[in-house]
Design a binder for this molecule. Structure first.
Ligand code: CU
Ligand code: ZN
Length: 227
């Protein structure tokens, strides 16, 4: 069977494999007249031929399916979403989306029900918003073990997205491209973690969390439909 496997290399492609199947069949068929007197051997040849054809067919189907897979994949970028839920005693709501772009991940946030001004805005390490004060979300997401800073700093927590600024009506809209957050890189991927909004502004320098006060909203980051 070694001979069959070395003939059916992936580089042959499905057409090549069909040709290989044909030539193998012809070669094995040649055994019929060289060993006509040996019935047992003839029977073995026939079952050997059948299994060769079967194997080559399966390989051919497998390679054809594999070759078609990339063409069927959508070319749309990866997208993730976090729906923000207020912690105990708060009323804000909002949505944060993360979309892969050429030079990073675009972060878009739309939040309502805030007090006017800046509010600390971070990715926290755990996708667990179950505690009434969102303490279950853990610390700032910091897989690279760096100090707390702002989103433009080169040395920062991956989760440091700075602040969202609410207008007089309590609405905040934020849109920027982050260069450390990832949706694909295992180590810096934020999928399965959480977004937390704070009562106070993040000063982007106090350790370990920018002195931004209580956690007023929390949302788990999950995969979104990528279109
Ligand atoms: Cu935070
Ligand atoms: Zn931080």
């Amino acid at each position: 069977m070694n001979g069959v496997q070395s003939t059916a290399r992936p580089s042959f492609g499905s057409f090549g494999l069909r040709l290989a199947a044909y030539s193998l069949e012809s070669k094995v068929a040649g055994c019929d007249w060289t060993s006509r007197a040996m019935r047992n051997r003839n029977a073995n040849m026939n079952s050997f031929r059948a299994s060769l054809i079967g194997l080559t067919f399966l390989l051919s189907v497998g390679f054809t399916a594999q070759a078609q897979t990339p063409a069927e994949k959508p070319s749309a970028p990866l997208k993730a979403v976090a729906v923000l839920h207020p912690t105990g005693g708060n009323k804000l709501s909002g949505t944060v989306t993360f979309t892969e772009v050429a030079d990073g991940v675009q972060v878009q946030a739309e939040i309502t029900g805030l007090t006017p001004g800046n509010h600390g805005f971070h990715v926290h390490e755990f996708g667990d918003c179950s505690a009434a004060d969102a303490s279950s979300a853990g610390a700032h997401f910091n897989p690279t073990d760096k100090p707390h800073a702002g989103p433009d700093a080169t040395e920062r927590h991956v989760g440091d997205m700075g602040n969202v600024e609410a207008d007089a009506s309590g609405k905040a809209n934020l849109e920027y491209v982050d260069h450390q957050i990832s949706l694909t890189n295992d180590r810096q991927s934020v999928i399965g973690r959480s977004v937390v909004v704070h009562a106070k502004a993040d000063d982007m320098k106090s350790q370990p969390a920018g002195d931004s006060g209580a956690r007023i909203a929390c949302g788990v980051i999950g995969r979104a439909k990528n279109q």
